[in-house]
Design a protein around this ligand. Structure first.
Ligand SMILES: Cc1cc2nc3c(=O)[nH]c(=O)nc-3n(C[C@H](O)[C@H](O)[C@H](O)COP(=O)(O)OP(=O)(O)OC[C@H]3O[C@@H](n4cnc5c(N)ncnc54)[C@H](O)[C@@H]3O)c2cc1C
Length: 300
């Protein structure tokens, strides 16, 4: 396969595939390198993406890959980028298969990796009934007894949103349960219960939450649990290239997806807490347009 491209996109899920589609339509020689581990692979159905509401996540990506096949300047490679280095006129990527590829511009559409708490049952339910986003899964789990797990401040704010979808809500703060008098009054006003004993286990069957058990042995029957959990960048290459991170741990980008390193762009979950397929697609298209503009200005 060819080794020199105008653009290399690392990460070929929603953000990366959309960037590739837009670049292919702009006739740019583009390589997509993807290691096949999108963050939503744990969820059986993806919601809230127009024309694909309720689709199996991998089927959305596969449809994208099939559409890319119509564009001869776009190549898709199943491999993992290991390192990147700056060269005189761009960047060189080394992959796990031992191949080297060069390009003038890089796009990181590499997503983030959720860090699960060490709670038995959590991983089995993640993406099914232990979920991160009510816009993605709240409708399917509406009006169910619902828990919220995470840092106290985050879950208090989250509970304001959640009353759109559930009315029987219990908060399980992870760590110090420091709520103000005002916050406690609000919780009471909305009949949101607060359990300050640490969560010990999620009792579940086949990914369906049945109850949360706390360290004192009490069980709280639930059918859904929202979790605000930490994350890390899925790929550390941007950091090694010198790309700045925000204080939330996302790659710092401008409105068009340019990172702090000239020639390096980023799109999707790795740049923003607004996490959805539609948002990733939007950001993928944005960087592709920005790169096409940059290359046009440089060569006109
Ligand atoms: C459990 C769960 C359920 C969700 N449900 C929904 C939903 O119902 N609706 C919705 O709109 N959104 C949902 N989301 C959010 C949505 O999945 C993400 O916003 C979206 O996947 C982000 O797309 P992305 O392309 O930025 O990153 P990802 O989809 O995470 O893809 C990143 C890609 O980069 C690749 N990669 C990383 N590092 C490298 C490397 N070094 N070399 C090569 N490839 C690399 C990975 O293998 C992966 O394929 C869900 C998220 C989770 C975690």
């Amino acid at each position: 396969m060819e080794q020199h491209f105008e653009i290399i996109i690392i990460g070929g899920s929603y953000a990366g595939l959309q960037a590739a589609l837009t670049l292919g339509r702009a006739r740019k020689r583009t390589l997509v390198i993807d290691s096949g581990a999108p963050c939503n692979r744990f969820t059986p159905h993806s919601h809230n993406f127009l024309t694909h509401d309720g689709a199996v996540p991998a089927s959305i990506a596969m449809a994208g890959r099939q559409e890319l096949a119509a564009y001869p300047t776009v190549h898709f490679l199943e491999d993992k980028a290991l390192t990147a280095r700056q060269t005189g006129n761009g960047f060189e990527i080394l992959t796990a298969a031992g191949q080297l590829y060069q390009a003038a511009k890089l796009v990181f559409a590499t997503g983030i990796r959720d860090i699960f708490p060490d709670i038995p049952g959590f991983a089995a339910c993640w993406g099914k009934t232990v979920i991160h986003c009510p816009f993605c899964h709240g409708y399917e789990l509406r009006d169910q007894p619902t828990g919220v797990f995470g840092p106290a401040d985050a879950i208090f704010d989250f509970s304001k949103l959640l009353v759109n979808w559930a009315h029987d809500i219990i908060l399980f703060p992870d760590g110090a349960a420091s709520f103000t008098e005002e916050q406690l009054a609000k919780l009471q006003q909305h009949q949101i219960r607060l359990v300050t004993v640490p969560v010990q286990t999620i009792l579940q069957e086949g990914g369906r939450v049945r109850a949360v058990q706390t360290a004192d042995g009490q069980q709280f029957p639930l059918n859904a649990l929202y979790a605000r959990i930490p994350f890390e960048q899925h790929c550390d290459i941007p950091a090694h290239l010198g790309c700045k991170l925000t204080n939330t741990g996302h790659l710092e980008v401008d409105a068009m997806g340019k990172t702090s390193v000239e020639g390096v762009f980023a799109a999707g979950d790795n740049t923003s807490p607004m996490r959805s397929v539609a948002m990733a697609v939007m950001r993928g298209q944005m960087v592709a347009a920005a790169i096409t503009h940059d290359l046009a200005h440089a060569t006109f």
